[in-house]
Design a protein around this ligand. Structure first.
Ligand SMILES: [Zn+2]
Length: 361
């Protein structure tokens, strides 16, 4: 076991990590070693359990890249450029990958998974078949044994998506449909409830592929995390109608949108994260996955302003690198960050900058 830990630490890059704890007072994210508990309802935070291994020479270690331990829920939002990829490791050690990032982020994703000794995945979940979410998955499928793959089942003829399905088929990996209402037991008290894609599928929206994203609510010991893919305003309206405070009739589903962590839809695009939706979710932490320089102007000032209005503390992969949230037994989230590595797409930024060159996809 010690050998495994030493290996893990020795693989870690020289990047230093910052560790924070969540606070309702919305502290600056670049303040190191914050230890303010998030709220009184969560109980006190425990000290970080990683300890420097005994060794003759100093080893730079990163808390964000440490091998996660049993009894702790960890969620890492990878810094893979303009796209999404997040890894959930449950307290019983189940590993769930949600999206696989864009083509230029694939090496960074594979490296980050190797650093964390991810040699199997219990579930790979694709939010929607756009390249910035699926491109890295084919190589993940080729390298790492996967128990189950799941997506919305929304029809797509895109060659990378077809290639992904082909790779899954060649390895006889079960492909399941992510249907609304499906509940996945992550072990250790973690449940993933699929709130969307809408049923029936939304059509005639600005982007029906986005609008029919899989939306996942992860719950664990009083915490809740909402993964929204690239949900559109139509998706948010549908979610509010199904699960919002005014939903009717089933009261047991009202309140399912409230979450202390929100993976912000569509990289902070201006159309999503409407004020009404955010006022119901009321996230304390809002994670945005995007490239430092991108053609869409993500995240947009409009969405950042709306997040600020609901008091969310924004964590951005383009500014912080890999972002890991951890909770043990439902205690306050610890936030670890691991700055960009040489493999990160941010290391060679696109020279185009300034005004968005393209409207949002
Ligand atoms: Zn996207």
């Amino acid at each position: 076991m010690l050998a495994l830990w030493l290996l893990a630490w020795s693989l870690v890059s020289c990047a230093k990590s910052a560790e924070h704890r969540v606070s309702r007072s919305r502290p600056r994210v670049d303040e190191p070693q914050q230890t303010v508990p998030k709220s009184t309802k969560r109980g006190p935070s425990s000290p970080s359990s990683d300890e420097q291994p005994a060794t003759d020479r100093p080893i730079q270690r990163s808390a964000a890249a440490r091998v996660d331990q049993r009894g702790t829920l960890s969620i890492t939002f990878f810094d893979i450029g303009q796209g999404d990829a997040a890894l959930v490791v449950t307290p019983t050690g189940k590993r769930i990958l949600i999206d696989g990032g864009p083509p230029e982020g694939t090496n960074a994703l594979l490296s980050a998974l190797a650093e964390r000794q991810i040699d199997r995945l219990d579930l790979v979940l694709l939010s929607h078949p756009h390249l910035d979410h699926l491109a890295g998955l084919r190589r993940v499928v080729e390298r790492i044994p996967i128990a189950t793959y799941m997506d919305a089942g929304y029809e797509s003829t895109s060659p990378p998506y077809r290639a992904l399905l082909q790779a899954l088929s060649e390895r006889s990996i079960p492909v399941k449909q992510a249907k609304r209402g499906r509940s996945i037991d992550g072990g250790g008290g973690v449940t993933l409830l699929l709130l969307a894609p809408p049923d029936p599928f939304i059509d005639r929206s600005r982007s029906d592929v986005n609008a029919n994203s899989v939306v996942v609510r992860l719950s664990y010991a009083g915490h809740s995390v909402l993964f929204t893919g690239d949900a559109e305003p139509e998706t948010e309206r549908w979610l509010l109608a199904q699960y919002g405070p005014g939903a009717s009739p089933p009261p047991e589903t009202a309140g399912l949108l409230a979450a202390d962590v929100l993976k912000v839809a569509h990289h902070g695009g201006k159309y999503s994260s409407t004020a009404t939706f955010l006022s119901v979710v009321r996230p304390q932490l809002a994670v945005i996955s995007c490239a430092a320089v991108n053609d869409y102007g993500h995240p947009t000032p409009e969405t950042l302003g709306r997040l600020e209005k609901v008091g969310a503390r924004v964590l951005r992969t383009d500014q912080l690198g890999h972002i890991t949230l951890r909770s043990r037994d439902g205690q306050a989230w610890e936030v670890d960050t691991q700055p960009a590595t040489p493999e990160s797409p941010h290391a060679t930024p696109n020279p185009r900058s300034g005004k968005p060159a393209k409207d949002e996809l």
